[in-house]
Design a protein around this ligand. Structure first.
Ligand code: C2E
Ligand code: MG
Ligand code: MG
Length: 302
């Protein structure tokens, strides 16, 4: 009797999990179809998140981040649709569109006066191939954005796959005059020996570090070490995900030079990003909440 019950229980679980799996597959197929329609129907757009110099509070660049708003107003996160685009081989046209659109936007800012900001664009591992140099070249040529203003962000996982290909491609892109950054640095289990061979201009320390360093001594030690590593290697380090004044103040004490995060600015449409870059970020805070002298210097500069 007991074993009969057990069999029935196992059967029921199997039916449930098959049903769940089928529902999951259906949902994922539906999203794939919706994404194809979204790309055709121009439901995708790009937001820009400003990046700041810690010392003076000046905006130094922006990161282009793809956005998908469906016709009924639903926002679908890039953490959901980028992996789908990768799976259905749409990431190359999607990535090329983001690159072209972002270059066009920032090239327009450059000609309207002021200090020209760097434009960071995320590059999927699937775009690391011999054809992408052409895509970069065309985006720069058609928009007039100076190559030195463009930074391509690759993640450490690109090095875990075919490291030789990633190194060769980065060398080729750099020969075009663009800069290379390693995004989400510290989370991809890549080997330091590859880092030594990768032609890289900047490390973007993953946001998980900024978020834990104020209450975890070991994480703070890692942040300090990565800042020192960047200095020794002669590459910049930007810390991502700065959300609180406490985190900002600690980074300032550690000698961090560049930051990005919700405390300073969220990803916003191009017009707003342009406006945010013009005003040093400290000048946007109420005097009472200004955490440090660096922000006061930002105020002076305004
Ligand atoms: P990412 O390249 O590391 O971009 C930073 C992500 O962190 C963005 O999420 C941004 O909104 C978020 N962020 C910025 N500051 C903070 C903060 O202070 N706190 C927290 N909690 N988050 C912060 P988003 O826009 O959802 O993008 C997620 C990821 O999707 C990106 O991570 C990137 O890997 C990918 N992605 C976005 N756009 C593109 C694209 O055009 N091409 C490719 N290949 N990937 C993209
Ligand atoms: Mg990025
Ligand atoms: Mg990142």
């Amino acid at each position: 009797m007991e074993s009969k019950l057990k069999v029935r229980y196992v059967e029921k679980r199997a039916t449930n999990s098959t049903a769940k799996q089928t529902r999951g597959n259906e949902q994922s197929l539906l999203l794939e179809a919706r994404l194809i329609a979204a790309v055709r129907g121009r439901e995708l757009h790009v937001h820009f998140q400003p990046q700041y110099e810690v010392e003076c509070g000046q905006g130094s660049g922006v990161e282009a981040l793809a956005r998908w708003t469906s016709p009924d107003g639903e926002e679908i996160s890039p953490t959901v649709f980028i992996p789908i685009a990768e799976r259905i081989a749409m990431i190359c046209p999607l990535g090329a569109w983001v690159l072209g659109h972002a270059c066009e936007t920032v090239a327009r800012w450059g000609s309207s006066g002021g200090r020209a900001p760097t434009l960071s664009v995320n590059v999927s591992t699937h775009q690391i191939n011999e054809r992408f140099a052409d895509v970069i070249h065309r985006a720069l040529k058609s928009t007039g954005l100076p190559p030195a203003q463009l930074e391509l962000e690759i993640t450490e996982s690109a090095l875990i796959g075919d490291a030789e290909l990633a190194i060769a491609c980065c060398e080729e892109w750099r020969a075009l005059g663009v800069r290379i950054a390693v995004d989400d640095f510290g989370t991809g289990y890549s080997s330091l020996s590859y880092l030594a061979r990768l032609p890289v201009d900047r490390l973007k320390l993953d946001k998980s570090f900024a978020q834990r360093m104020t209450f975890e001594k070991k994480t703070a030690a890692i942040v300090r070490s990565v800042l020192a590593l960047g200095k020794e290697m002669g590459v910049g380090v930007l810390v991502e995900g700065v959300e609180t004044e406490q985190q900002f103040a600690l980074l300032e004490r550690m000698g961090c030079q560049q930051v990005q995060g919700y405390l300073l600015a969220k990803p916003v449409p191009a017009v707003e990003a342009r406006a945010l870059l013009i005003i040093p970020w400290g000048a946007r805070l109420a005097p009472i909440s200004r955490p440090s002298h660096a922000i006061a210097r930002g105020l002076h500069a305004a």
